[in-house]
Design a protein around this ligand. Structure first.
Ligand code: MLC
Ligand code: AMP
Length: 499
């Protein structure tokens, strides 16, 4: 079933209830959602797009952006969300690789994108601004208000989410309608969402956390979203008395704890705080408990698989763990031979289930590599079971930095730094950071006689890649530490530059 139709079947009986309320006080009922998405689907279909065609969007967070996503699903097309921090070079890669027919961007950026759009297969470059304005709105104005949702198969493509790769080349994870509906149904039940819930939504809507996890269970429950354009600790604090639930990355909780207004009284109407996308420090978990009387529920997921494990809603939520595999999800901790390891031994986290994506867009070899011969997906995370079945994520096999919930692959940044005149070589590592969890840090060996400074490196990198990937600090060394195989010993660099 088309994921939109699946959600609609659940919320149809609540069409007069509020689906979303934004910070300006604008309110959209479920009936409005249905009408707006019908217009999007009619409009896109009217452009001549065929099932499976891609609609890429790099847009500021807005209710209309959410309607664009859901309307795209409804039309049987494939949505391709892009981080607003991406720069032109990054966008050119995604447009070239995914070959979307439609690219929707912010009105202020359209001029700068005309050339990259022309060089790709984009046939319609449209705009959508933070207040819903732009050429997309103009197009929607005349579009029919009714649309028969296009039927699709469970395995049909719904969304492509790009995740950075170890080689520096991003891979498009192909997410199907079946992936979306199975995960949505499980999360709604597991976390107990009902029509009485009010969720504070302050996450970006171009990754699975904000786009899927914090939206789909709400649709299934016919619940309400308090829509924040971005995370602002004070604004979230002010919204808590009207809400029942919050989903965030650990940085949200760290920043909320820094607010003196976070008291037991402020959270008395809340029933659920969920954290994920990056490890939640035990200190944050415990401090939250002490300050609010609530226990944060930590869960674990990824773009390729939506949500994988969760601490229980009822029962002990254990800090430092990500709980149990969600219903329907199989998870094993495997050794180098892909065979399961005994309880307590750390190993590769491998998963199987209806939530697991169908492969990397136009990368059959990469897809094959990431699945075992018996069909389990290699997450690249290192995990460990407790005796009573709780999973802990104890490391990563992949060379990955998670900064404020965003993934950063060092290779991509090293390639940019190595191209700076005067750089001989570089290594990028993540060091502990009180706000972002980990901070992107560059260690550089200069060419002889080069006069590079930290500021010059940062200024150069800033123009090339998204801001959250730009190193927070740059250090210069005479040589990089290497092991006997000649591989840079990143653990040594992490230790040396921590703090
Ligand atoms: C912003 N900046 C960051 C950053 N976010 N730097 C490092 N890491 C980050 N995460 C930088 C900007 O480049 C800018 O730098 C400066 O901080 C201010 O930008 P901002 O936009 O005002 O930042 P802020 O609002 O403080 O954003 C922090 C944040 C945000 C934590 C609220 O990053 C965020 O919403 N993160 C959530 C990410 C997320 O949704 N992840 C889910 C992925 S899905 P300068 O120098 O230019 O001023 C996934 C699967 C799963 O992982 O399990 O869920
Ligand atoms: P992404 O590819 O952006 O979806 O990020 C997925 C990765 O985030 C996972 O493979 C993990 O490494 C990490 N991750 C998500 N949730 C958690 C968590 N609760 N604890 C530790 N790591 C997490």
């Amino acid at each position: 079933m088309n994921a939109y139709e699946y959600f609609r079947a659940a919320f149809a009986a609540r069409d007069k209830e509020v689906f979303l309320e934004d910070e300006t006080g604008s309110v959209y009922a479920y009936a409005d959602l249905d009408r707006e998405t019908a217009q999007v689907a009619s409009f896109l279909t009217g452009l001549g797009l065929r099932p499976g065609d891609r609609v890429a969007a790099q847009i500021e967070k807005s209710p209309q952006g959410l309607f664009l996503y859901l309307g795209t699903l409804r039309a049987g097309l494939c949505y391709l969300p892009l981080n607003t921090a991406y720069q032109r070079g990054e966008i050119a890669y995604f447009l070239g690789d995914a070959e979307p027919s439609v690219f929707v961007c912010d009105p202020a950026r359209a001029g700068g994108y005309e050339e990259v759009a022309r060089a790709s297969k984009v046939t319609h470059l449209l705009t959508l601004g933070a207040r819903g304005e732009g050429t997309l709105a103009d197009g929607l104005a005349g579009a029919p208000l009714r649309f028969d949702t296009r039927p699709v198969g469970t395995n049909d493509l719904a969304v492509i989410i790009y995740t950075s790769g170890t080689t520096g080349r991003s891979k498009g994870a192909m997410v199907t309608h079946g992936n979306l509906t199975s995960n949505a149904a499980v999360l709604k039940d597991y976390w107990g969402f009902t029509g009485r819930d009010v969720l504070i939504h302050a996450l970006p809507v171009f990754h699975v956390h904000g786009l899927f996890v914090a939206v789909h269970p709400i649709l299934l429950a016919g619940a309400r979203i308090l829509f924040h354009r971005k995370f602002d600790a004070r604004a979230v604090l002010a919204a808590l008395p009207r809400a029942t639930s919050l989903m965030g990355v650990p940085t949200f909780y760290v920043r909320l704890l820094a607010e003196p207004g976070l008291t037991q009284d402020a959270v008395r109407g809340m029933r659920l705080f969920v954290s994920g996308s990056a490890p939640l420090l035990l200190d944050t978990f415990s401090e939250w408990q002490a300050r609010t009387g609530h226990t944060i529920l930590e869960r674990y997921g990824m773009s390729e698989a939506g949500m994988i494990t969760s601490n229980p809603y009822e029962g002990e939520r254990r800090g430092g763990t990500v709980g149990f595999p969600l219903p329907g999800v199989e998870l094993r901790i495997a050794g180098a031979d892909d065979a399961p390891l005994p309880v307590g031994e750390p190993g590769a986290v491998q998963i199987r289930g209806p939530n697991v994506f169908s492969g990397y867009w136009r990368m059959p070899d990469k897809t094959r590599e990431e699945f075992t011969s018996d069909g389990w997906f290699r997450t690249g995370d290192v995990g460990q079971w407790s005796e009573d079945g709780y999973l802990s994520i104890v490391g990563r096999a992949k060379d990955l930095i998670i900064s404020g919930g965003y993934n950063v692959y060092p290779k991509e940044i090293e390639l940019v730094i190595d191209a700076i005149p005067g750089v001989m070589e570089s290594a990028v590592v993540g060091v502990p950071h009180p706000d972002f969890g980990e901070a992107v840090t560059a260690v550089i060996v200069k060419q002889q006689g080069a006069t590079l400074t930290e500021e010059a490196v940062v200024a150069h990198v800033r123009g090339e890649i998204a801001g959250f990937k730009v190193p927070k600090r740059v250090f210069f060394v005479d040589e990089l530490p290497r092991n006997a195989m000649g591989k840079v010993q990143k653990a040594l660099l992490r230790d040396k530059f921590s703090g």
